[in-house]
Design a protein around this ligand. Sequence first.
Ligand code: ADP
Ligand code: ADP
Ligand code: ZN
Ligand code: ZN
Length: 810
Amino acid sequence: MTHDPTDRFVHVRGASENNLRDVDLDLPRDAMVAFTGVSGSGKSSLAFGTLYAEAQRRYFESVAPYARRLLQQVGAPHVREITGLPPAVALQQRRGAPSSRSTVGTLTTLSNLLRILYSRAGTYPEGAPPLAAEAFSPNTVAGACPTCHGLGEAHDVAEDLLVPDESLSIRDGAIAAWPGAWQGKNLLRVTKAVGIDVDVPWRELDRKDRDWLLYTDEQPRVLIDRRGEADDTTGRDYHGTFWSARKHVRHTLADTKSQMMRDKAMRFVRSTVCPVCHGTGLQPESLAVTFRGLSIAETSALTFAELATFLRPESEDGEGEVARRLTQDIVERVEVLLDLGLGYLALGRSSTTLSPGEAQRLRIATQLRSGLFGVVYVLDEPSAGLHPADAEPLLDVLDRLKDSGNSLFVVEHDLDVVRRADWIVDIGPGAGEAGGQVLYSGPVAGLEEVGDSVTGAHLFGRVAPLERHGRTPHGWLHLHGVSRHNLTDLSVDLPLCVLTAVTGVSGSGKSTLVTQVLAELVRRHLGQAPDDAEDSELEIDVHDVTGLESFDRLVRVDQRPIGRTPRSNLATYTGLFDAVRKVFAATPEAMARGYGVGRFSFNVAEGRCETCQGEGFVSVELLFLPGTYAPCPTCRGARYNAETLEITWHGLTIADVLDLTVEQAVDVLAGTPAAARSLQTLREVGLGYLRLGQPATELSGGEAQRIKLATELQRARRGHALYLLDEPTAGLHPADIALLLRQLHRLVDAGNTVVLVEHDLDTIATADWVIDLGPGGGDQGGRVVATGTPADIAGTAGSATAPYLARHLH
Ligand code: ADP
Ligand code: ADP
Ligand code: ZN
Ligand code: ZN
């Protein structure tokens, strides 16, 4: 097939990546094409795995011919031919963890522009030489604060940690950081010898003496005269050296090999804002440069909304042409972010604290200004995580990308977004092997005629609305005076034994309230360990809480990965793999060879493939590209060595079992109760299409969340647990949402309390209770706008959720 330049279509022939069944397809360019279908039907395999992967492969071949051999190892997508495919840019959610040094400013490239502005148009102190743009970045040698090396943080001992009890005297051990035994006694003697009273309470010593004892760098050597000491048994004089508490702690941290000693020393250290750069990470020379009276650190701390106001008007007296051009450019970019409802974010905010929806909108806005045209943008659910009020401006931005001559391929579940597409590709009918076919490709209206399309049924209203329960609460949890992020002195009541949806636009405070405040208060009440190191030091400011005793368990079902390496998978996470390994170890051949349960673990040396250490993959380093995985050349992904694979059970090797989908495994493992129960619940949450061995790293956030939910359901008993879920419906087809909600309502029926942060209107409509936060994001939010039944909320003036919910409920 040769390509005709007047042909406005991309032609795909024989696509068979993952579950795709030899798909032939023609897609319009310069249009918005929506890819729809239930989870696991093959949307991503087509949009990302085939179209984007092929565009990327061609690009790398053209720029880096030497990378060809490596690219072959990674593998080209399984497709016979694609013609008319423009270069592609993928804007994917979730996958790939952002580095901790990246910020909103670096993601949007606005930090670079600000640095150029300060370098070229800043006001320098008298006689100071102009600085290069890099000197305004804490991540460069030229710009970093010499004290904290650009980190903005200093680690130092603190008096309240060194001396936890000020009523003690030095002799009684006021300085907790001092060592014990002979060294401790020595320090006490030296202190006495230099004339400091070791028998009065610490708090009665002079400030000067206290500081000297704790912080001095001096190390006086004094003659110790031990006559008269009560416990003096050896009696000889000696020269004793003094160490301040700080010196002792630093010395321990630098020298000791004992983890216990390190841990002890760390108890006296606190990380604080670097006193030299005040946390900005910048050297003093850079901080001295201003623009309109603010340093670059001060400008970076502004929210986008404030930054736009600060830089408009685009020119002030005496600023010159360079300043005018740069401020104009920055303001135009910031305005796109304001349009997208992100005015509450500041440039300096670390990208690790952004929600996936926020990060994706930042990337989309950045693309809009990049001036590319003739490109296909492949997007993963741009509306996920967005309140309908935030989705509208995003769709306008996507329209602008299209109008400037680009194509949009969008994997999407939200029917309101799908309705706006120019073209729809519906894949199905089911998931995994039951999917992989194109049911329809054409203008949206034509899908109505396609009988076996689940998407069509939902899109054209042929599906009964979800069941509404309208339960009444069995009591309340009262929170009074909560402050954290933008929540200030908030009071809110949470109903028990019902399903509550917490709603509101992006940045209104939903996650702060649910996944931080509520989770932390209940966790502490129950004495449970934090889920994650990041969560361990949340400072929650709360005046009063009542009703915590209603819960005997806290369960957070979030979208964090079930594991960070390909070693964790569905089977290991749910525990069903233990049952499978027992079955293999109990076969006559395994018993004859003396293979135990451990032999069938790909984490244990005996049984696994040594080339890939049981991962099934080897990582391939492409010179200047992010590292990627290729199947292991020895075991071809099986993970086990040849001997282990000689053992079969019902004709299957252990690798074959890991290759089964949940759906297939339900039959194969029906006789193994411990595994059958897990498999049943996985199927009930709509994950029948996943393979048991699918690595954690290949699962989407939504899949990880449903695996966690299934694992919970399989052990669920009647009880008083609090279940917290952050956007459980993100990434789910309406048909999958129905399955998920049935399970959540089952938990409530068993006596538990379920709280969801949610944007999906179908889901909100089935909740028993709604807490609507807002009215806006950041400073404009953080308040309870309305609480009540979905119908109550729909009738509340001033709620951003109300108009959408009202349309939905009628
Ligand atoms: P969707 O995007 O519609 O949810 P996917 O394209 O992600 O569906 O998945 C389609 C099928 O391909 C599913 O059965 C899924 O388990 C399988 N699959 C997805 N990624 C991989 C992979 N990297 N290797 C093997 N199978 C995969
Ligand atoms: P929502 O979940 O409704 O989108 P969030 O609870 O994430 O809202 O955010 C509420 C406010 O708190 C926003 O102004 C946001 O910028 C701020 N915020 C959230 N997380 C952090 C953080 N880690 N550091 C600083 N500010 C934060
Ligand atoms: Zn510093
Ligand atoms: Zn291998």
